[in-house]
Write a protein that binds this ligand. Structure first.
Ligand SMILES: [Zn+2]
Length: 491
């Protein structure tokens, strides 16, 4: 017994060290390919993508289209094959969009009634980005009305929950939080979509819906609705309003979360909101895609898709939302991988396609379109890798489909050489705030999604510029994913 245990231990130790040895030794060709991934390339690509020339890459806008054509020339220069013969590297699809030229908000807060008993108001002018932002699909208008607080802004009679019950919001601005009464109940997810919330508010007769967010963020994820003026104010600004009822944003949110029942009421405070915007219903968005053909006669019919969203929020009110981290950085990593695979000889066995998606910020539109129109000529898609926000921090996280052990093993094996991934989570379902792997995951394609560890503090703000970006983290993420993808092409 003792001897058997000893033998087992010895065998175990030998096997373990062999395993480790295998991890330590990279084939010289691979070693060279990994070493040739220079962090300066993704950094320079990020800087170009985040430059004013591309106007924040709002899908449909000429700034985006210009950037898309620029990326296509890079794919061509590096020797990738175009997605198709007709449109080359660009895959067009319909993408309506809106540009906000001007917006202003003024609050009228009730003070003590004057001697005649009439309410008097104190006006507070709000500053763009510091206190408020229009949602980036707001229609033009100039309206003043009282506010009505409607909790989460959810009307779900089928779930026995209605924030609109008992309040009249006709010709008023409604004020609410993002979220749902119970995050554990996935059936509320549909009601947490911006589009659902906006449509409901409009159907109830509201002039517009004003979100309360911790900080004002650019957000183009919704549909332009005629005469409807959605916007967003900060929690600090909302606190000024809730003084009227001797409460605060934090108290109201806590009560909603604790009791999971609606708390809705009309306020005396008024909002004057004016927007000048231009809506383009016939906008065209583009995915940009090129690929490297596999070398194995059979396995080249199997495809690995490497993608990142190329778009961001655009330029509005004279503010440039450059989106360096979100997601020029992810696009730059994908482009870096494209270049690395295109110059790898002999070529990998399976085929690899590199896609820069449009319209993620508008609600995963480009990746949905791509997943619905998968390139022909392949037998199957064996994996999808997604990159979203890779530029800030000194480590990486990744999520992998719970049912995809091969992908997880490939990433773990690759990470032994690069040591940058701090943790791998299992992806089991798709939340309302997701990224471009979602449409592929929902089709049953095994997915992996990478992100750097942040802090991502200027998320959807004008501060998301090249000055926040660390070239090294992008280089490391490119290297670890290059190796992971390589292992999958060969297995
Ligand atoms: Zn993003």
């Amino acid at each position: 017994m003792k001897k058997a245990l000893k033998l087992f231990l010895v065998a175990f130790i030998i096997a373990f060290s062999l395993l480790n040895l295998a991890a330590e030794e990279l084939h010289p060709r691979l070693k060279k390919a990994v070493a040739s991934i220079d962090p300066i390339l993704p950094y320079q690509l990020t800087r170009t993508l985040a430059s004013p020339e591309f106007a924040g890459r709002l899908t449909g806008h000429e700034g985006y289209t210009k950037a898309a054509k620029w990326a296509a020339t890079k794919f061509k220069e590096w020797g990738l094959k175009p997605l198709d013969n007709k449109n080359g590297y660009l895959q067009p699809y319909p993408s309506p969009y809106t540009v906000i030229d001007q917006a202003s908000m003024t609050l009228y807060l009730p003070t003590n009634p004057g001697q005649d008993g009439k309410l008097e108001y104190q006006s507070v002018g709000l500053k763009p980005e510091k206190d408020f932002l229009p949602l980036l699909y707001a229609a033009s208008g100039n309206k003043t009305s009282e506010l009505v607080f409607v909790g989460w802004g959810i009307s779900a009679p089928e779930l026995n929950y209605d924030d609109y019950a008992g309040v009249d919001v006709r010709d008023k601005f409604v004020l609410c939080f993002r979220g749902t009464p119970d995050p554990a109940r996935r059936e509320f997810q549909y009601h947490d979509e911006h589009r659902t919330r906006m449509r409901v508010a409009k159907e109830k007769g509201a002039l517009g819906l004003i979100y309360i967010y911790p900080e004002a963020q650019a957000n183009p994820n919704g549909d332009w609705l005629a005469d409807f003026m959605p916007g967003m104010i900060t929690e600090k600004t909302a606190d000024l309003i809730f003084k009227e009822i001797n409460s605060s944003t934090a108290e109201l949110k806590k009560a909603l979360q604790t009791y999971k029942r609606p708390i809705s009421f009309a306020l005396k405070s008024k909002l004057a909101y004016s927007v000048t915007s231009r809506h383009f219903p016939d906008g065209i968005g583009y995915n940009i895609a090129g690929w490297v053909e596999g070398s194995d006669p059979k396995l080249k019919k199997e495809l690995i898709i490497i993608g990142a969203h190329f778009d961001h929020c655009g330029q509005h009110l004279g503010l440039l939302f450059a989106g360096a981290n979100d997601n020029a950085s992810g696009s730059a990593v994908v482009m870096t991988l494209a270049k690395a695979f295109a110059s790898l000889y002999p070529r990998p066995k399976r085929s690899v396609m590199f896609v820069l998606f449009g319209g993620e910020e508008l609600g995963l539109q480009g990746s949905n379109y791509f997943a619905e129109h998968l390139p022909s000529g392949f037998d199957k898609v064996v994996a999808m890798f997604n990159f979203d926000m890779e530029g800030e921090g000194d480590g990486a996280w990744c999520g992998v489909s719970a049912e995809a052990p091969t992908i997880k093993e490939a990433i773990e094996q690759a990470n032994k050489h690069i040591n940058i991934i701090r943790g791998i989570n299992a992806i089991r379902n798709i939340g309302v705030r997701s990224s471009d792997f979602a449409p592929f995951f929902l089709k049953g394609i095994p997915c992996a999604s990478f992100g750097s560890n942040g802090p991502h503090l200027a998320y959807h703000q004008t501060g998301d510029t090249i000055y926040r970006i660390n070239p090294e983290i992008m280089g490391s993420i490119a290297r670890v994913s290059f190796l992971s993808v390589y292992y999958l092409t060969e297995k």
